[in-house]
Every structure is written in structure tokens, then in C-alpha cells.
Design a protein around this ligand. Structure first.
Ligand SMILES: NC(=O)C1=CN([C@@H]2O[C@H](COP(=O)(O)OP(=O)(O)OC[C@H]3O[C@@H](n4cnc5c(N)ncnc54)[C@H](O)[C@@H]3O)[C@@H](O)[C@H]2O)C=CC1
Ligand SMILES: O=C(CO)COP(=O)(O)O
Length: 338
């Protein structure tokens, strides 16, 4: 058995490209996916629906969780947030006692309002030290073409996080080690919501000042929520905060930005979701983020305006006006840059 065996759970866009990174970093990689046709296609070297003509040579795929998970010392979870608990419960029996589990997922669980590393710890019944978050400006279509970027590997065990980072470091993918797991996760979740709002402004043909305003005030909302949850404010200036926020709010490759763009162009929510290729985590997590914010007394006017549109209560123009007309907060928190 290879000492450097990585299992990636989920054969979508990020699972496939993360598998490529791990392969290029010298690991023996197995992707687990549910559908036999997709597994056959990956074993033949492509996964066209998710990564177009990018070749996946050298990456093995299987529909067997036991086969994929049992030999791996790194297990990366890349299914949509709503499926993480179910997926973890299914692979738990095959997880090696020494394996590290990486959450690549940017979401909050419905009901528990837990972030994904907590869902994994709970569902796997393992020590929190074994579960790490990987988050940064990681648009998969760019990484698939070896366009360089970085990420944050956040874990409570610095030695383990450093080891994981060394296992996924390539010439085009530079990991940084962090210890602020909740900060990295809040960054990854809230930037999706802000990207929907920026996408909507772009679709409405509003200019760079407006988009810049939403990005900047979105960063403030992200930091406010994160700090209330115990994160360090400086995390939000790093790759998992501002880095990912700028990437996602600037690119049509982002599903969240593109979904918002379609709303801004006049589609309704169902039409915009229907037109989206792949998972739109921001639309799923926005109500959960607002529930958390409400519980903690955190003000998130951009997220609220976005949710009002998602709920069909207002159109995008009205929602945008609400953000600009919302009462100014004059406490010390709002006066800070983040
Ligand atoms: N695509 C990207 O550039 C990045 C995505 N992410 C995050 O990664 C997560 C996954 O996103 P993508 O791979 O992009 O989504 P995707 O929509 O491209 O693929 C998701 C895959 O998961 C599969 N799936 C859904 N439910 C499942 C279940 N219960 N069991 C097994 N497989 C299941 C789907 O069939 C699909 O193959 C999301 O949380 C996203 O925010 C994070 C960084 C970058
Ligand atoms: O998380 C991402 C980039 O870091 C991917 O963003 P989207 O899910 O909006 O495509």
C-alpha cells in the first residue's frame, strides 16, 4: 500500500481538480463518486461534465467507499454541504485511525447551523485535531490549467496541518498553514453570499464603485460574524477571507457570482438556479448564516438583502436600495476596516 494515498470523496469540479493537485504533489489518488458511468469516465482519463477537456490520467476512481477510504491517510471531502453528514456516516467505518480528514466544502448545515469541520467531527466521532479545513481563492477551472494560487490549511494540530500542506503543495498550488479553523470556514461561506450580491450588481450593470462597496462591506459582515463565532479578525485579510472574496466576486467562473449575475439580468431564482452549472452553496447557506447572525446579534445587511431576493420578497433593485438605505451602525465595530 502506498504511504501517500489520498482519497477524494466527490467527483464534481473541486473534487476532480483537488485530485489533480494531489496527484501532481506526488500522491497516489483515488476519487470516490456515486455514479458508475462517471467512475468509468474518470478511469478513462476525463470528467467532461465538470472539468471539460482536462486530463485526469493517473487518478483512479471507484464507486466503493471501502476501496477508496480504507487505505488513505488523507481523506478529502468534496461533496455539497447538504450531503456531508450522510457521506461521513457512510465512510466512517473505513477511516484509518491515523487518517486526516480535509473539508473542501464551503457551507453551513441546515438545522444544526454547524460549519463543515464540526459536522465531520460529529458524524465521524473522531478527535477534532484530525479534521482540517482547506479554503482559499480556489476557482477550480483556473487551477485545472495550472494557473497558480494558494490556499489555507487550517487545523488545531499545527504539526498535522503542516504535514497536510506539504502533501498538497505543487508548483501552482501553495498552501499556508493556519490554526483559525472557524475563521477559514466563515470566510469560505460568507464570500459565496457576497459573490451572489456582487454578481447581481454586475448583472444590473452597476459600476465598479458599487461592486467595490459590496465587496468591502461584505468583508465587514464576514469579519463581524467570524469574530462573534470566535475567529481572529486578521484571518479575514488572508487567503481564506479577502483572497477568496476577491476571486469569487471577480469571476464568471464562480457559480455564486454567475447565479447572482443572472438574477441581476432579470431571471427569477428558479430560472437562475436552473441555468447554473453545479453547486451554488451561497444560496443554500444564506438562510443558515442569517440564522447564526440573528442568534449572535450580528448585523449582515448585504446577506439579508440577498436572502430577501432568494425568498422572492423583493427584486434585485429594491434589495440593492435597501443595503444603501439601511441605518448606519455607529458602534466601534462598524468604524473599523474589518
Ligand atoms: N468548484 C470550485 O471551484 C470550488 C468548490 N468548493 C466547494 O466544494 C464543494 C463541492 O463543490 P463542487 O465540486 O464545485 O460541486 P459540483 O457541483 O461540481 O460537484 C458536486 C459533486 O458531488 C456529487 N454529490 C452530490 N451529492 C452527493 C452525495 N450525497 N454523495 C456523493 N456525491 C454527491 C455530485 O454528483 C457532483 O458530482 C462545495 O462546497 C463548494 O463550495 C470549494 C473551492 C472551490
Ligand atoms: O470557492 C470557490 C473559489 O474559491 C468556488 O466558487 P463558486 O462555488 O462560486 O464557483
Amino acid at each position: 500500500m502506498s504511504a501517500r494515498r489520498v482519497c477524494v470523496l466527490g467527483g464534481g469540479a473541486w473534487g476532480s481538480v483537488f485530485a489533480l493537485i494531489c496527484r501532481d504533489a506526488g500522491n497516489d489518488v483515488t476519487v470516490w463518486a456515486r455514479r458508475a458511468e462517471q467512475v468509468d469516465e474518470i478511469n478513462a482519463g476525463t470528467n467532461r461534465a465538470y472539468v471539460g477537456d482536462v486530463r485526469l490520467d493517473g487518478i483512479r476512481a471507484t464507486t466503493s467507499l471501502e476501496d477508496a477510504v480504507s487505505g488513505a491517510d488523507l481523506v478529502a471531502v468534496a461533496v455539497p454541504s447538504g450531503s456531508v453528514r450522510e457521506c461521513a456516516a457512510a465512510f466512517a467505518p473505513y477511516l484509518r485511525m491515523d487518517a486526516s480528514v480535509l473539508s473542501l466544502v464551503k457551507g453551513v448545515e441546515a438545522g444544526t447551523l454547524s460549519f463543515m469541520t464540526d459536522v465531520l467531527v460529529d458524524a465521524l466521532g473522531c478527535s477534532p485535531q484530525r479534521v482540517l479545513a482547506v479554503s482559499g481563492p480556489n476557482l477550480s477551472a483556473e487551477i485545472a490549467r495550472h494557473q497558480p494560487t494558494g490556499t489555507v490549511v487550517a487545523g488545531s494540530d499545527a504539526e498535522r496541518a503542516g504535514y497536510v500542506a506539504s502533501r498538497i503543495h505543487t508548483a501552482y498550488f501553495r498552501p499556508y498553514v493556519g490554526s483559525d479553523i472557524i475563521g477559514a470556514e466563515v470566510g469560505g461561506v460568507v464570500k459565496n453570499i457576497v459573490a451572489m450580491a456582487v454578481g447581481a450588481c454586475t448583472g444590473m450593470k452597476l459600476g465598479v464603485n458599487t461592486r467595490s462597496f459590496i465587496i468591502n462591506r461584505g468583508l465587514t459582515e464576514m469579519a463581524r460574524l467570524g469574530v462573534a463565532l470566535g475567529a481572529r479578525s486578521e484571518t479575514f485579510l488572508g487567503l481564506a477571507g479577502l483572497g477568496d472574496l476577491v476571486a469569487t466576486c471577480s469571476s464568471e467562473l464562480s457559480r455564486n457570482f454567475s447565479f447572482g449575475y443572472r438574477l441581476g439580468q432579470g431571471m427569477n431564482v428558479s430560472e437562475a438556479l436552473e441555468a447554473s452549472a453545479g453547486t451554488v452553496e451561497g444560496a443554500t447557506s444564506c438562510p443558515h448564516v442569517l440564522a447564526l447572525a440573528g442568534r449572535l446579534g450580528v448585523d449582515m445587511p448585504i446577506a439579508q438583502a440577498t436572502q430577501d431576493v432568494l425568498d422572492g420578497h423583493v427584486d434585485v433593485e429594491t434589495a440593492a436600495l435597501r443595503v444603501f438605505r439601511s441605518p448606519r451602525v455607529t458602534d466601534g465595530v462598524d468604524a473599523r476596516a474589518v
